[in-house]
Structure formats: structure tokens, C-alpha cells
Ligand binder design. Structure first.
Ligand SMILES: C[S@@+](CC[C@H](N)C(=O)[O-])C[C@H]1O[C@@H](n2cnc3c(N)ncnc32)[C@H](O)[C@@H]1O
Length: 273
């Protein structure tokens, strides 16, 4: 007989104690501790940010000059400071300029090429047990498609992926656009979960960053709902139009091999891009 799932695990309790709206906070905290993802005054974009525990971690760990933006299909419920700006929306249909403006960049700065220092994603499809890895990989691919418009050269990225058949390709693609890239599974990530996190440090944008972003999918299959506009009212929220005006570390690159992780599937059979 299968064991009943333990929901009230240590991280769940700890999240309650520390006032985080989700246990996911500890995944980001661990990655931050191990890899120094964010620094003092970074401008950070959080894709799939609701209910907001990653935003809480960013809010608590970044300096006063930092700017934090987040987007999700659902509303953010975490208590956050005024400098955190979020919107409800779908990353398949939200133009990058909206997100740049949400991150506090003016139209002039955007025109001059200013972007985020760090882009992170904890996005997950509505899991059904069928094709979850493909839907998850597709969310990551969408993020990678958007990076030329969102992430500054030399910037950092982190994204969650549910492991499966397409994962090696997504890792290989990440590796091709970062100086250093790899995967990690934080302790706070349940053993039974197929999620891992792909990280990339030192973004190398393609030579032609002005290429058009691939057209958004006719339908976004990962979307449990499609609220194109924000219905949220708190201070940290912004509508797209407002925004427009305004345990195991598995490494991919040799630079990370010294950590002793086993070679990922990507190295075994990754197609070249
Ligand atoms: C695991 S939750 C994120 C938890 C969050 N990092 C936190 O700490 O509170 C995954 C989120 O991805 C969002 N998501 C999934 N597909 C999306 C899409 N196409 N556009 C925007 N958000 C999406 C979901 O709405 C969901 O809130």
C-alpha cells in the first residue's frame, strides 16, 4: 500500500513560522546560498511569481535600490513592500516591454537597451500526469525565447523544469546561451517531485537581439486560466498599460564539474543548437 503523502513536512512548517506564503521560498534561499543568484541592487524579474514566496525572498534579501517585478496567471497574495510590482498575465502573450516597464525601466531606458540583471522562473503547468514534462519544458523554452529582450548581457537566469524526455534539449539550449550552466535540486524540493532547477550565469545574447520573438502560441496550453489583464488592486500591482508607460547538483559545464555532480542527460545525448 502506498505511504500517505506527508504534507506538513519541515519546510511547510518552517514557511508558516517565517511568514512565507509557500515552502518554495526555501528552494530559492538554498540556491541563493549556494550560488549567489542575486546581489544588492539587482533588477529582478520573477516569472510565475504567485502566491509570492520567491518575491518575499527577493524583497527581504535585496538592497533598497533593487527593483523587483513579477508576473503570474494568478494573483499574488504575499505581503510585499511597495517596490515589488506584479501583474496578472500570461508569459505567452505578455510583450517583454511590459515586463521591462514593470521592472521600473522608463521607455527611454528600454529604447536604450536596459534590461533585467536576473530573470527567474518557478512556473509550472497544471500537472495532470500526462505531458507535464513537455508543458514544463515549453514554459522554459518560452523564457529562453524572451531572454534576448529581457536579460542583460552577463545576466543570470534560473528556471524550474519537470524532468522528462525534452529536458536534455532545454538544458543544452540553456548551456548554449550562458557562459556557465547547470542543474540543481534543492533539499526543499520533495524527493518525489520531478522538478529540478536549471541555472545559467553570464548570459550571451545572440548577435541579432532584434529578431522578432516567436509568435505566441495560439493557445497557451500551460495556462489554467488566461487573465490577460490584472484584476489585482494592491499597491504593488500594475496593469500592463500602466506598466507600458512607466541535494544534488548536476552540472553541465566543465567549470562546474569540480562540484562532483554526475553528468546530466544533456551531455549524454544533447543535440547541438
Ligand atoms: C509553483 S507556482 C510558483 C510559486 C512561486 N514561486 C512562489 O514562491 O510563491 C507556479 C506558478 O506558475 C504560474 N504559471 C504557469 N503558467 C504560466 C504562464 N503561462 N504565465 C504566467 N504564469 C504561469 C502558475 O499560475 C503558478 O502560480
Amino acid at each position: 500500500m502506498p505511504k500517505p503523502r506527508v504534507l506538513h513536512d519541515e519546510f511547510f512548517k518552517l514557511a508558516k513560522e517565517k511568514g512565507f506564503v509557500a515552502r518554495s521560498a526555501f528552494k530559492l534561499l538554498e540556491i541563493q546560498e549556494k550560488r549567489r543568484l542575486i546581489r544588492g541592487s539587482d533588477r529582478v524579474l520573477d516569472l510565475g511569481c504567485a502566491p509570492g514566496s520567491w518575491l518575499q525572498v527577493l524583497d527581504q534579501n535585496l538592497g533598497p535600490k533593487a527593483r523587483i517585478a513579477g508576473i503570474d496567471l494568478s494573483a499574488v497574495t504575499a505581503p510585499l513592500s511597495e517596490r515589488v510590482r506584479t501583474m496578472q498575465g500570461d508569459i505567452y502573450t505578455t510583450p517583454p516591454e511590459v515586463l521591462l516597464a514593470l521592472g521600473g525601466l522608463t521607455p527611454e531606458q528600454i529604447a536604450a537597451g536596459a534590461k533585467f540583471d536576473v530573470v527567474i522562473s518557478d512556473m509550472a503547468p497544471n500537472t495532470s500526469g500526462h505531458g507535464d514534462a513537455f508543458l514544463s519544458s515549453r514554459l522554459c523554452e518560452r523564457m529562453l525565447d524572451m531572454l534576448p529582450s529581457l536579460l542583460k548581457p552577463g545576466g543570470k537566469a534560473l528556471m524550474k523544469i519537470l524532468e522528462g524526455e525534452p529536458t536534455p534539449d532545454t538544458i543544452a539550449r540553456t548551456k548554449s546561451v550562458f557562459v556557465e550552466a547547470g542543474t540543481t535540486k534543492p533539499k526543499a524540493s520533495r524527493d518525489v517531485s520531478r522538478e529540478i532547477f536549471i541555472w545559467g550565469w553570464g548570459y550571451k545574447p545572440p548577435a541579432t537581439t532584434k529578431r522578432a520573438l516567436p509568435a505566441p502560441a495560439a493557445s497557451a496550453p500551460t495556462s489554467p486560466a488566461s487573465p490577460a489583464t490584472s484584476t489585482r488592486k494592491p499597491a504593488q500591482s500594475a496593469s500592463p498599460s500602466e506598466a507600458l508607460t512607466a541535494k544534488t547538483s548536476r552540472t553541465v559545464r566543465s567549470a562546474s564539474r569540480k562540484e562532483g555532480g554526475r553528468a546530466p542527460a544533456a551531455r549524454r545525448k544533447a543535440p547541438k543548437r
